[in-house]
Design a protein. Structure first.
Length: 107
């Protein structure tokens, strides 16, 4: 989905700080997701954001290999989702409503 520079700037200017769950899929199509608080704008043209993922995280390779991800910005009422995706687990998507997107999974 193409995003105009003005829309991208407007969206990121409204993000003071927060907690996000970033999601992707591995080469086999399995969903992967982690909670991140390190999220920031890198460039308006092209529109780029940065997330920081520890290399020892089980999902690191899936994010690195796929090269794409979806950012799900959470609100205070989503604390349980933040905690679920922050903890090591076999299936972090268990009991979380989500739908596949072209680049990852949206919760």
């Amino acid at each position: 989905m193409a995003v105009s520079e003005d829309d991208f700037r407007s969206a990121l200017s409204r993000f003071p700080s927060g907690v996000n769950v970033v999601t992707t899929k591995d080469a086999n199509g399995r969903p992967h997701g982690i909670t991140v608080s390190a999220f920031c704008s890198v460039s308006l043209a092209p529109p780029l954001v940065l997330i920081c993922i520890e290399k020892t995280t089980a999902s690191h390779d899936a994010f690195n290999d796929s090269g794409v991800f979806v950012v799900n910005t959470l609100r205070a009422s989503h604390q349980h989702i933040s905690e679920q995706f922050a903890a090591p687990a076999v299936d972090k998507f268990d009991a979380v409503a989500f739908r596949p997107a072209s680049l990852g999974f949206r919760s």
